[in-house]
Design a protein around this ligand. Structure first.
Ligand code: FAD
Length: 499
């Protein structure tokens, strides 16, 4: 079977071309590729650096003739680079300084993988906040844990984040935000993920806020965004229906005008947090005669209105979704967000508009850290697990997955900072993460062995039951779209291939 990494490397070569060879600092007669592998060019002499010597990626100074060059640019800043998305991107690595590398893109320009001192100070501020506000026994995965006491803490914790102004960190100040840079949002998300912070209401500060920013009326922005920024309302998402999942544009929940109001009927399903939420981000069909992508509108639905009911839908991972039933629910006209019929484009554009950045890699880093500790402290066959070659190779694979996702997240961030739509890295990041999730949990299961199948509560459970819980939760990876469908998004929106 071809490993996903080989596939990933092949795909990136198709898109970016083969990696160029770079020499170590001061080595004029030797050449070294960034990956430390022998470059393919005929006759190239490769020497590995002595142990402990740091290699910085530098350009060879040689370039292929124009006729053989693909669209990677020539190294002049005036070049138009169509496929290399790392150019001029100042991104942060979040690793200790000994791991940092200054790299170069194939056009020879610097790619900075370190944070600025101000960004490092911000990271420290976030860490100090977490030290003060998040006791380790209150950290939990709020997508898969239904413990009411922990949920009470999660709500209070999120309100405290709101009081700092950090929920709307990147939003304009007139709408309850702090107008801070996107990189700070990424840093915050990384630190929260590394501590498993129960920062709830992601539909509110993600999808709903993004839609308001993209299409909300001025009055809606001034009213709802500050409410979300203070966490006054908990939002659920009402997109999927029993007959419309991947093919969301086929949704049939109907909204009909009645005087100044709307009457809404239909069924939603998979509604995460619906039983805890106050309002729903609801997609409904307002024009059945329009082309299907243009007949959808978005509503802010008060879940206490007459005609709204739920039934539970428990998932394998230990969390709860819901079926949501809407029976002629009367919704005031001003609860339609933005314009009639524009719902599809709002859904598509909301994530980035709300300052959406992915820190899924930090979740993997947290899990990897726990497994690594386990391997250092657990003895099997008379030696620590971490000395077992089979375990080491699996640990390396886990680290590779976390690192791959980190770089894709930074590429997305770089795109966003430079005003490019993060279509490619964003779409590739989704595919990679969705396909990593089960594989990551399976590898952990192989490392910790059969005790990884025991649930929390058993004194023998590996990682206190986390290994088992991660395994079950990893199969909820179709939330937000399946990997097959994300592959199509990558092909069409990311690579521009025809449908
Ligand atoms: C844990 C969890 C939480 C969720 N939370 C919410 C929520 O809060 N709100 C909400 O609205 N939704 C939510 N969802 C729903 C989620 O968005 C859908 O499950 C997802 O979009 C897939 O839809 P589906 O389950 O109907 O699968 P289907 O669309 O029926 O797909 C079934 C299978 O067919 C494949 N398939 C479908 N179409 C194609 C195609 N064209 N080409 C190739 N393969 C295809 C899919 O990849 C999949 O393997 C949640 C789901 C989960 C698992």
């Amino acid at each position: 079977m071809i490993s996903p990494y080989i596939k990933l490397i092949r795909m990136s070569r198709l898109v970016f071309g083969r990696p160029r060879a770079y020499p170590p600092r001061g080595a004029h007669k030797t050449r070294m590729s960034c990956s430390g592998r022998r470059p393919r060019s005929a006759g190239a002499h490769v020497r590995r650096p002595p142990p402990g010597r740091r290699v910085r990626c530098r350009p060879t100074g040689r370039r292929p003739p124009d006729s053989t060059r693909r669209s990677h640019g020539t190294g002049r800043s005036s070049d138009r680079i169509s496929t290399n998305r790392l150019v001029d991107t100042r991104v942060a690595c979040g690793l200790p300084s000994r791991h940092r590398r200054a790299g170069r893109d194939r056009g020879g320009r610097a790619v900075e993988f370190a944070f600025s001192p101000e960004e490092e100070r911000w990271r420290q501020e976030v860490r100090d906040f977490l030290d003060a506000e998040l006791p380790p026994d209150k950290a939990f995965n709020h997508e898969f844990v239904e413990d009411d006491e922990l949920w009470e803490f999660a709500r209070e914790f999120t309100r405290r984040v709101g009081r700092k102004g950090w929920i709307g960190l990147t939003w304009p100040t007139e709408y309850g935000g702090l107008g801070r840079p996107l990189t700070e949002r990424l840093i915050m998300a990384e630190e929260f993920a590394l501590r498993d912070a129960p920062f709830v209401n992601m539909i509110g500060y993600g999808l709903a806020a993004g839609t308001l920013l993209v299409g909300g009326t001025e009055e809606q922005k001034r009213r709802f965004l500050p409410e979300i920024a203070r966490f006054e309302e908990f939002w659920a998402e009402g997109l999927t229906e029993p007959g419309s999942g991947s093919d969301l544009a086929s949704l049939t929940t109907r909204a009909v005008r009645d005087g100044g109001d709307w009457l809404i009927s239909g069924q939603k399903t998979y509604t995460t947090w619906g039983h805890r939420a106050d309002v729903m981000y609801l997609a409904a069909r307002t024009d059945p005669d329009a082309p299907r992508h243009r007949g959808i509108s978005i509503f802010r639905l008060d879940l206490t209105l007459p005609g709204v009911s739920f039934s539970r839908l428990d998932n394998l991972g230990g969390g709860r979704q819901n079926h949501t039933y809407l029976d002629n629910v009367r919704v005031p006209g001003d609860m339609l967000i933005g314009e009639v019929g524009k719902g599809w484009s709002y859904i598509m554009n909301a994530f980035y508009a709300a300052g959406g950045v992915s820190a899924r890699h930090a979740e993997l880093q947290r899990m990897l850290g726990a497994v690594l500790d386990h391997c250092k402290t657990t003895v099997r066959g008379g030696r620590p697990l971490v000395e077992d070659p089979g375990v080491r190779s699996r640990l390396a694979e886990l680290a590779l997955m976390a690192e791959t996702e980190r770089l894709l997240a930074y590429e997305s961030l770089g795109d966003a900072l430079n005003g490019r739509t993060p279509a490619f890295a964003g779409a590739l990041g989704h595919v990679v993460h969705k396909e990593h999730q089960p594989r990551f949990a399976q590898l952990i299961g192989q490392i910790v062995g059969p005790l990884g199948q025991l649930r929390a509560g058993s004194r023998w459970a590996a990682l206190g039951g986390d290994a088992e819980a991660w395994y079950r939760a990893s199969y909820a990876n179709h939330a937000g779209g399946t990997s097959q469908v994300k592959r199509m998004v990558l092909a069409t929106r990311g690579l521009g291939l025809p449908r």
